[in-house]
Design a protein around this ligand. Structure first.
Ligand SMILES: [Zn+2]
Length: 421
């Protein structure tokens, strides 16, 4: 325990040093007086002492199925846990996000600490968790049941040590982070439920001690070309939706995109037609485009629209039938891009806390709940929840709990630091 406390002292010293070298705006983050706060030190001890409970929570949450759009049962478990641990105004919003408040001396700064409820595994998946020494096996055990367990671990440690924070904290177990969930929980939280009230945001997602401060955005479309269709011989001369699709794909395949910021495009699925001797009445494709730079994403998106529209004009022109082929482009995925600068106080605080625990602080990019606040320019990061996960999004997912308390402790320290002016 002494060793940890030394590490923690180093941590706050690191923050104090950092604060000294930053401008006036950032000076507010000073944490030197926290060094004198016995409640903070007690919370740090509690976080480690409670790690066995955090591991039990991970298993308990994970054994309740929660595919995206079906998070209600797991959400209810989190709602009960929030209530048992004394959070205030525990509520479920319109999207299914579960929220609980821990008011500070003042309403601001208002920090949101979140972890996602949903998994990529469909209903009916065997979600029982198997324990083999330090290793837990189960779908979702790291991504993101571990994040939920750390979220609760922070609430528990703050309560046990009776930590009073100057600013306020809202804890959120959110829906719709994965796949076609399309960040719907975060969109609801930032655009409706807590619109204009969130000053800082931290998502706990996955394992390890990484820090994500760049949000890779994505646009996904389902594109459907339609025409009258007819006999391949008898009706020859009709514009062909699959030919239009082919023209569009040929244009997309030749897109030029920047290597940095990495910007990508992909035609992932195609389909259409009914038989070899019929001019099809429909052809469709699914297209995915990504970038961490909002301007680059917008640019490749614009090229995509141009390519599809031009393909329609060309196919109709080929057969002299101006309005025969029509197209619809349905946006089926929209994850905004964005970033929190490396030098931002929230990033620097996370780095200082991580280094103080004796670990390198690696900044990275990803697509997480923090995409939404980053795109709104609200200071936001995503942090790993400690331990070591393998096989995320696979049925054989595992979580190695060795020294996983470090993840809980880092999340706790960061929470205390960010709930201060
Ligand atoms: Zn996740």
């Amino acid at each position: 325990m002494k060793k940890i406390n030394r590490a923690v002292m180093g941590c706050w010293m690191a923050i104090a040093l950092m604060v000294g070298s930053l401008g006036a705006q950032e000076k507010a983050i000073s944490a030197s007086d926290l060094l004198k706060d016995p409640a903070v030190m007690a919370a740090i001890d509690a976080a480690k002492a409670n790690e066995a409970q955090a591991i039990e929570d991970d298993i308990r949450f994970c054994e309740v199925p929660a595919p995206s759009f079906m998070e209600t049962a797991r959400g209810e478990l989190l709602r009960q846990t929030f209530q048992q641990l004394g959070l205030q105004n525990v509520r479920v919003d319109g999207a299914g996000n579960v929220l609980g408040d821990r008011p500070g001396a003042a309403a601001t700064p208002h920090l949101v600490l979140a972890a996602h409820l949903d998994t990529v595994f469909p209903q009916g998946t065997d979600v029982r968790v198997r324990r083999e020494g330090a290793i837990l096996h189960g779908p979702g055990i790291a991504d993101d049941c571990r994040g939920l367990a750390v979220l609760i671990g922070v609430v528990r440690a703050l309560k046990q040590a009776n930590v009073r924070t100057p600013g306020s904290i809202t804890f959120v177990a959110d829906v719709g982070e994965e796949g076609l969930g399309d960040l719907r929980g975060m969109k609801q939280l930032f655009n409706e439920t807590m619109k204009g009230q969130i000053d800082r945001f931290v998502s706990i997602d996955g394992s390890g001690l990484g820090i994500t401060n760049v949000a890779v955005g994505s646009h996904r479309y389902r594109v459907t070309f339609k025409g009258p269709g007819g006999h391949s011989f008898g009706a020859f001369g009709l514009a062909n939706p699959i030919d239009a699709l082919g023209r569009a794909i040929a244009k997309i395949a030749d897109f030029q995109v920047p290597k940095l910021p990495k910007t990508t495009f992909n035609v992932g699925r195609i389909g259409g037609g009914t038989s070899v001797n019929s001019i099809p009445f429909e052809g469709w494709m699914e297209v995915d485009m990504r970038s961490s730079d909002p301007a680059s994403l917008a640019s490749v998106d614009a090229s995509f629209h141009k390519a599809v529209d031009a393909a329609v004009v060309e196919e109709n022109g080929r057969w002299g039938s101006p309005r025969m082929i029509t197209v619809t482009k349905d946006l089926v995925g929209d994850r905004p891009a964005g970033s929190t600068p490396d030098g931002a106080p929230i990033v620097q605080t996370a780095i200082a806390v991580t280094k103080a625990l004796g670990f390198a602080a690696n900044l990275g990019e990803g697509s997480t709940d923090a995409n939404v606040p980053m795109s709104l320019k609200i200071p936001a990061i995503t942090i790993g929840a400690g331990g070591r996960g393998t096989g995320a999004h696979a049925l054989g997912e595992t979580f190695d709990t060795t020294d996983s308390w470090l993840g809980t402790e880092r999340a706790l320290l960061l929470t205390i630091a960010l709930a201060r002016p």
